[in-house]
Write a protein that binds this ligand. Structure first.
Ligand SMILES: [Zn+2]
Length: 114
């Protein structure tokens, strides 16, 4: 699996998307072959935990968005339009939850310069 990061080479300034694997010896630039020792295990682990948390937030966001979108469509096509305040409030809450988790899921990007 590895930890997805953005890696910038200090020699030729090329930026590429790398997957840092646990146990991988070096980070190597695909353009100029400049390489540096991989990050220490502890740091990799921290990045791994953070990116997994973000992925989870992203999934929660998508699920909430799907529920909210379903609620909207349900309201638009099948429900009587007189007493739907609670339904709409729920839908809006799900949209807001989706928004919050969407933001949480996309805040941090890790850039490794080597
Ligand atoms: Zn390079």
């Amino acid at each position: 699996m590895g930890v997805p990061v953005k890696a910038t080479c200090s020699e030729c300034l090329t930026t590429h998307y790398a997957n840092l694997e646990f146990g991988q010896e070096n980070i190597t630039c695909p353009a100029c072959k400049h390489s540096m020792k991989n990050l220490p295990e502890g740091e990799l682990n921290e990045l791994d935990v953070a990116t997994k948390k973000q992925r989870t937030n992203g999934i929660v966001s998508l699920v909430c968005f799907a529920i909210a979108a379903f609620g909207m469509l349900e309201w638009a096509f099948t429900m009587k339009k007189d007493d739907v305040t609670v339904w709409m409030a729920m839908t809006i809450v799900f949209f807001l939850v989706a928004l919050v988790f969407g933001v949480l899921g996309s805040t941090k990007r890790f850039i490794v310069e080597f």
